[in-house]
Design a protein around this ligand. Structure first.
Ligand SMILES: Cc1ncc(COP(=O)(O)O)c(C=O)c1O
Length: 408
């Protein structure tokens, strides 16, 4: 790809981009978040900062729909949050059942194995959900400390139902951990109502904050497991018991908190609160549906066999048609339109694109631009479709649902 001239700001500093981020994350950052992050730094024990911490905890409870006392961000990306939860709750030799139907299920397996767990993978075809019966069969195989599932499998576009599996976990006295990295702030993550014991998210997807914090929450069942550990938590940095004491009136001295990131997360969560959960979820459904209507009109096929209720509203996996150069499509979108969409992992590499309509990126303008750009780039490669068909179909979708109010 040819290099564009570097742009600079008025003080001469180089400025990257601009880009429209429509991949699997990061999404385009909310400008309110970026300006919050530019505020003067506070020391991490400054009363003004500890007040911000308290507000962030309350906002995390709101986002996760929980009354859990423990709800705070771990420093590090989503993976750090997952690792903090697993290394803190699982002792070597503990049995851990993990649902695997995509890249992020494999990540949970790897983390649990590294913690010395006896891992029992429950597999489904990539593009499918994990069925409760399969988890129940695994739970019947022995006393299980933790069941770990990916709520939104970003690698395949699948939304995993959790409620039935949570009931099974209670019956078998296992904890349920949900990876909500892609779903928090984009579709429902009802921690208390679904009886999820531990939920972990990220900042760079539907919260439209840069990556770098992993909001998480856990309940008293998980706290009891933490308190009853017989061996020392094998990580210092990701020790949830210590981190929880830092995120408490004790203000236990742990690492130097990334205060600017915490300002950014606060702004992202305040934006979620201002929009309201239901409106936020509806916005993700609306723009995801409009995108999918447009892709269909471009004669493209979505990946996966699950019904719409089990598909992620904010992430659309698209099969690369035969004869189309997968990588060239992405690089032309980036070069000519400034639009980033995602590639895929493992068995899906080269076979699908992943288009995200997450957080601040989930707008009518972005959906239309993405469809117009894809239409052009595909036709350049010989794809036969009526020019403008994708945009027309998306516009028709917006009109059919009377979407003006939500579709900024
Ligand atoms: C479902 C899911 N889980 C975990 C992760 C890992 O998060 P991070 O890259 O923020 O460490 C991702 C990132 O794409 C994800 O989509």
């Amino acid at each position: 790809m040819s290099q564009r001239p570097v742009t600079t700001d008025p003080s001469g500093e180089p400025v990257p981009g601009p880009r429209i981020l429509l991949g699997p994350g990061p999404s385009t950052a909310d400008p309110r978040v970026l300006s919050a992050m530019a505020a003067p730094l506070l020391g991490q024990f400054d009363p003004e900062f500890t007040a911000i911490m308290n507000e962030v905890m309350a906002l995390c409870r709101f986002a996760f729909q929980t009354r859990n006392e423990r709800a705070f961000p771990v420093s590090g990306t989503g993976r750090a949050g997952l690792e903090a939860a697993i290394v803190s709750l699982v002792e070597p030799g503990d049995r851990v059942v993990v649902g695997e139907c995509g890249r992020f299920g494999l990540l949970l397996i790897e983390i649990a194995e590294r913690c010395g767990a006896e891992v029992v993978p429950v597999k489904a075809e990539w593009g499918r959900v994990i069925e409760p019966e399969a988890i129940e069969a695994a739970l019947q195989g022995g006393r299980t400390r933790l069941v770990a599932l990916v709520h939104g499998e970003t690698s395949t576009g699948v939304l995993q139902p959790l409620e039935d599996i949570a009931r099974l976990c209670r019956r078998h006295e296992a904890l349920l951990l949900a990876d909500a990295v892609v779903t928090l702030g984009g579709s429902e993550v009802a921690v208390d109502r679904w009886q999820v014991d531990v939920a972990v998210a990220g900042t760079q997807k539907c919260l439209s904050c840069p990556s770098g914090l992993a909001p998480l929450t856990y309940n008293e069942r998980a706290e009891r497991v933490l308190a009853a550990r017989t061996t020392r938590i094998r990580s210092n940095y990701l020790d949830l018991a210590q981190l929880a004491r830092y995120w408490s009136p004790a203000r236990f001295n742990h690492h130097t908190a990334p205060t600017a990131m915490v300002y950014g997360l606060r702004a992202a969560l305040r934006a979620l609160e201002a929009e309201g959960l239901e409106r936020r979820f509806a916005r993700h459904r609306l723009h995801g549906d409009a995108l999918r209507a447009g892709l269909d009109a471009l004669r493209l096929t979505l990946f996966g066999k699950e019904p719409p209720a089990h598909r992620l509203p904010m992430l659309t996996p698209v099969v690369v048609p035969d004869g189309i150069d997968e990588m060239r499509v992405r690089s032309t979108l980036l070069q000519d339109f400034g639009v980033e969409i995602g590639a895929a992992f493992g068995p899906l590499q080269g076979r699908i694109w992943r288009i995200g309509t997450m957080g601040y990126s989930a707008t009518r303008r972005n959906v239309l631009l993405c469809l117009a750009a894809l239409d052009t780039v595909l036709r350049q490669q010989g794809w036969r479709v009526a020019p403008g068909a994708g945009v027309d179909a998306a516009l028709a979708h917006y009109a059919s649902v009377g979407a003006d109010e939500l579709s900024a």
